[in-house]
Design a protein around this ligand. Structure first.
Ligand SMILES: [Zn+2]
Length: 490
C-alpha cells in the first residue's frame, strides 16, 4: 500500500515538474518579431540647432491654467508664432488649425487617402516651477540654457522635447521634398497637464470628420537605462494608462463641544472606515494586463529562477506578489492602487464636527471599472454607521489596452529597438495620465513612447528640479520620428 502511495506521489511530482518546465520554456514564446524595416535613411540632423530650438521653445513659459477662463494665452501664442517661423516647410505642407482655443492640429495630407493617418501627439503646456525650488536649478527654469551637453529647462523632456523633435523631423522631411503616402496628423494639446480638454476636442473633430488614425503615438514612456527586473536598458512602450478616481468618504456624528463627547464621533467613524478600506478586495497579479505582457516580452533577459516563477503564476502567484510588493512601482503596475490624501474635520480643536471627510485617490488598473470598485467599497463598509461613499468627481476609467500583435506595435517596437541601440522593446502600463487617452475613441491603437534614453535622475526631473535632456537624445528622437513617418508611408 505504502509503495503505491509513494509511486503515486512520485508520479504527481513528475507531472508537476513537467508542467512547470513546459510553461517556463514557453513563457514569452508567443511574442511576435518586430517588423522588418524598409531601411530608408532619415535626413541628416543638426543636433546643435535642434538643441538651440528646444532652448527657444522652453523660453515661452506655456503654463496651463486649470481654469480656462483665467488662462493667459500670450506665451502659447508666442510659441505658436515661433513654431510657424522656425518650421516653415512643415507649416506650408500642413497648415495648422486651432482647436478648442490653443490646441493645434496640423494635417499633412498623404498621396494615398485610402491609408488611415498616423497621428503624432505632443503637448505645448508645461507644469509651473515652484518659486521655492527655482534656486535649486543649475540654470534658470525657463532659460532654455545649454549646459554640459544638455538643454535645461521646464518642459525639456515633458513635453517640448517631443514637440520639438517631431517638428524638426517633419521639417527635415518636408524640406527634402518628402511627400507622405500616408497622411500624418500632428496633435499638439495646450492643457495636457490640467486635464487635456484640447486633445478631447481634437479627437471629437477627427471623429466628426470620419478620420480614424491608424495609430496614435504620444508621450508616456521612454527607453529606461536600468529596468527594475532586468537591470538593463529597455524601450518601454505604454499600451494603456491607468484611470483616476477620487472617493469621498463622509462620516457623520453629533456635533458639539469636545468637553462632553458622545460615544461615537464622526472622526472615529471616519478612521474606522479608512482602516477597513485597506482590505478592499481588488485583484492583483501579473498574468493579465500590460505588466504580464511586459514580463513576457523581456523573458529572454530574465534569469531562469525568476522565469520559472513568472511562467507558473498559477502555482507561485503569492510568492511573486510578495517579491514584487517590496517595490511600490511594481504594485502600481499590478493592481488598482488607493491612497488617502485629504482629511477634514472641524476647524477648531475644541469643536466636534458634525461630519468628517476623507478623500481617497484611486488609480484604476485596466481590469477594474470605477462602478465595480465603488460597489466593492460600499459592500465592505456596509454596517459602519453614519458613513457614506461617493466619487468626488466623475471618475476617469483606465484606457483601453492597445494591441501588441498589431502591425503598428511591431513597427514601433522595431523603431524603438533601433533608437535604443538594441534595447529590447516591451509593452507596459502608464501610471500617469496623457493626452493619448482622448484618442482611444477614434484610433485603433494608442501607444505612449518617446525615444529618449533617460536615466533615473533624468526621469525624476520631469515635473521636478533641473529638467533636462541630453542633446544626443534629441538627435535620436528626431531620427526616430523621421523614420516613423517614412516607414508609415513605405
Ligand atoms: Zn507630458
Amino acid at each position: 500500500m505504502a509503495r503505491w502511495i509513494g509511486l503515486g506521489l512520485a508520479l504527481a511530482l513528475m507531472t508537476l515538474c513537467g508542467v512547470i518546465g513546459w510553461r517556463t520554456m514557453n513563457f514569452g514564446a508567443a511574442k511576435l518579431a518586430p517588423l522588418a524595416l524598409s531601411g530608408a535613411q532619415p535626413p541628416a540632423v543638426d543636433a546643435g540647432l535642434v538643441a538651440q530650438h528646444l532652448g527657444e521653445a522652453i523660453r515661452f513659459a506655456t503654463i496651463a491654467n486649470p481654469d480656462p477662463a483665467l488662462q493667459d494665452n500670450s506665451a502659447f501664442e508666442g510659441l505658436q508664432a515661433w513654431m510657424a517661423a522656425t518650421y516653415p516647410a512643415l507649416h506650408a505642407a500642413a497648415p495648422p488649425q486651432r482647436v478648442n482655443g490653443l490646441a493645434l492640429l496640423l494635417r499633412w495630407p498623404g498621396s494615398d487617402p485610402s491609408l488611415a493617418p498616423l497621428l503624432l501627439a505632443a503637448h505645448q503646456d508645461v507644469v509651473p516651477v515652484e518659486a521655492a525650488s527655482e534656486a535649486q536649478w543649475r540654470a534658470p527654469a525657463f532659460g532654455g540654457t545649454l549646459f554640459e551637453g544638455a538643454v535645461v529647462g521646464r518642459g525639456a523632456i515633458d513635453d517640448k522635447g517631443s514637440l520639438v523633435a517631431i517638428l524638426e523631423a517633419a521639417e527635415g522631411l518636408a524640406k527634402t521634398g518628402f511627400k507622405p503616402k500616408r497622411t500624418v496628423l500632428f496633435a499638439f494639446g495646450a492643457d495636457e497637464e490640467v486635464g487635456g480638454r484640447g486633445a478631447t476636442a481634437i479627437a471629437a473633430l477627427l471623429a466628426a470628420r470620419g478620420e480614424k488614425p491608424w495609430f496614435v503615438l504620444d508621450e508616456g514612456m521612454v527607453i529606461v537605462q536600468s529596468h527594475p527586473v532586468t537591470r538593463q536598458p529597455v524601450a518601454l512602450i505604454g499600451i494603456a494608462e491607468k484611470g483616476y478616481a477620487t472617493l469621498r468618504i463622509t462620516a457623520r456624528g453629533m456635533p458639539g463641544h469636545s468637553s462632553v463627547p458622545p460615544k461615537d464621533l464622526a472622526v472615529s467613524r471616519l478612521a474606522r472606515a479608512l482602516i477597513r478600506l485597506e482590505r478592499l478586495p481588488l485583484r492583483s497579479g501579473v498574468s493579465d494586463g500590460p505588466a504580464g505582457a511586459m514580463l513576457r516580452a523581456l523573458s529572454g533577459q530574465i534569469g531562469v529562477p525568476t522565469r520559472i516563477l513568472l511562467a507558473n503564476e498559477w502555482l507561485f502567484g503569492p510568492l511573486i506578489e510578495a517579491q514584487l510588493s517590496r517595490d511600490p512601482r511594481a504594485i502600481a503596475l499590478m493592481r488598482t492602487t488607493m491612497a488617502p490624501t485629504m482629511l477634514t474635520g472641524s476647524s477648531k480643536d475644541n469643536v466636534l464636527p458634525g461630519a468628517a471627510q476623507a478623500l481617497v485617490n484611486f488609480r484604476l488598473h485596466p481590469r477594474d471599472r470605477s462602478d465595480a470598485v465603488l460597489a466593492k467599497a460600499r459592500a465592505l463598509l456596509r454596517g459602519l454607521q453614519g458613513v457614506e461613499l461617493e466619487w468626488a468627481a466623475p471618475p476617469r476609467e483606465a484606457s483601453p489596452v492597445s494591441a501588441i500583435d498589431s502591425l503598428s506595435y511591431r513597427l514601433l517596437a522595431a523603431l524603438a529597438a533601433l533608437a535604443g541601440d538594441s534595447a529590447p522593446p516591451a509593452p507596459t502600463l502608464v501610471l500617469a495620465g496623457t493626452d493619448g487617452r482622448a484618442y482611444a475613441e477614434v484610433a485603433q491603437d494608442v501607444y505612449r513612447f518617446a525615444p529618449l534614453r533617460l536615466n533615473d535622475d533624468e526621469i525624476a526631473s520631469v515635473h521636478g528640479n533641473d529638467e533636462s535632456v541630453r542633446i544626443e537624445e534629441l538627435e535620436r528622437a528626431v531620427q526616430f520620428y523621421a523614420r516613423l513617418m517614412m516607414e508609415a508611408s513605405a
